[in-house]
Design a protein around this ligand. Structure first.
Ligand code: EPU
Length: 338
């Protein structure tokens, strides 16, 4: 069993924050993980499960055993009249999985191309982009319960998915290691291209015959134009959630700020573009030391090199405060703070 000690986590988080972990154990099968968990010497050790490290901000050294999930493999487990049930290891890179599915003709996740992170983390915050969320294609997952080391299957209804939300951020928090996820993908694609710029990008690419490949291409172009590549500039995608507010409050704000961007959803609530709020408080392109607010998408905080997690966190506090003062809306962080 190869357990590393006092190891830097810089390469294990997309923000590129340089903190150290007391122990790190990388595992490539659920058997390896169960073997480690059966070792009594780690029984009472605090544990932190890490996937692609793309939705976490480290603000301190980690006095815990970091479990780095590297379980691979993609497998077609069942084919029905309308669907493919596809199982992927939690350590598979999400975008590689999307590309694999497109090549095989498995439809449903093409709008989710280029989202950083691994398959195992995708249900945690119900990843979403351009009108699609993972809950739309999620079937079930397998996980190991950290306290009793047993393998369990968790179904869709149990996951309690919401906007960037699931049971794994609440009552199941830090209790399970997700080892694989099963997706129910479609044989007949349902194209989602009404979201903002996708249509424009498809026109620009002169695509007239829609395909899952074309949608993914449009999504990749848009993402590359707005979102920083974590390999070049550290970031964790959207740092905040888009806040949902009452439609009457939204109308009041619209009187004072006619340009404000919001989308009605199924309820009486309006989802407000947090990027717009942040930009209109003057933060877009802001930089203090190596911590900053991305110049093409204000919802994304960035590490230009050597920022500490606390510097990024402090910047997020200032942004929350100024948005609250100007618009009376309290932004919630989407990224997990550790
Ligand atoms: N906007 C601004 N200024 C900005 C950024 C955005 O005015 O700096 C306004 C624009 O009007 C724009 C609107 O906000 O039209 C929406 O912006 P965008 O399409 O970039 O999407 P978003 O709402 O800011 C969400 C997700 C992204 C996802 C995109 C596309 C959240 C928290 N973020 O961002 O997800 O890629 O939609 O679907 O819901 C992520 O979760 O890490 C992530 C990147």
């Amino acid at each position: 069993m190869n357990i590393q000690t006092n190891i830097s986590l810089k390469q294990y988080n997309t923000f590129g924050i340089d903190v150290s972990a007391k122990y790190l154990f990388a595992f490539s099968s659920s058997d390896d993980l169960q073997y480690l968990l059966s070792d009594q010497s780690f029984k009472n050790q605090e544990k932190l499960v890490l996937g692609g490290g793309s939705n976490i901000l480290f603000t301190r050294n980690i006095n815990a055993l970091v479990l780095k999930n590297e379980i691979g493999g993609i497998e077609l487990i069942e084919e029905t009249e309308n669907h493919f049930l596809v199982k992927a290891g939690a350590g598979v890179v999400w975008h590689d999985f999307v590309i694999y599915c497109i090549q095989k003709g498995y439809a449903g996740i093409e709008n989710l191309a280029l989202i950083p992170g691994n398959v195992g983390a995708s249900p945690m915050q119900n990843i979403g982009a351009y009108g699609v969320e993972i809950k739309d294609v999620f079937h079930s997952l397998e996980a190991i319960h950290l306290s009793d080391n047993k393998k369990v299957t968790i179904t869709k209804s149990e996951c309690d998915f919401g906007y960037r939300e699931s049971v794994f951020k609440h009552s199941y928090k830090n209790q399970f290691v997700i080892t694989s996820v099963v997706f129910q993908l479609n044989k007949k694609p349902e194209f989602h291209f009404s979201y903002g710029s996708i249509k424009e990008e498809l026109d620009r690419l002169q695509i007239h015959d829609l395909s899952i490949n074309a949608i993914a291409q449009a999504v990749m172009n848009i993402r590359r134009s707005k979102l920083p590549d974590p390999k070049i500039i550290g970031n964790a995608g959207s740092f905040f959630k888009n806040p949902e507010i009452d439609s009457s409050f939204f109308n009041e704000l619209k009187n004072s700020f006619p340009q404000i961007v919001g989308y009605a959803n199924d309820s009486e609530m309006i989802k407000v573009a947090a990027g717009w709020l942040i930009e209109n408080c003057g933060w877009k392109g802001y930089r203090a030391g190596d911590a900053g607010c991305h110049d093409k998408q204000a919802l994304v905080l960035v590490n230009f090199g050597k920022a500490s997690g606390n510097e990024i966190f402090d910047l997020s506090e200032k942004i929350i405060e100024s948005v609250k003062n100007k618009f009376g809306i309290e932004l919630q962080r989407e990224v997990n703070i550790y």
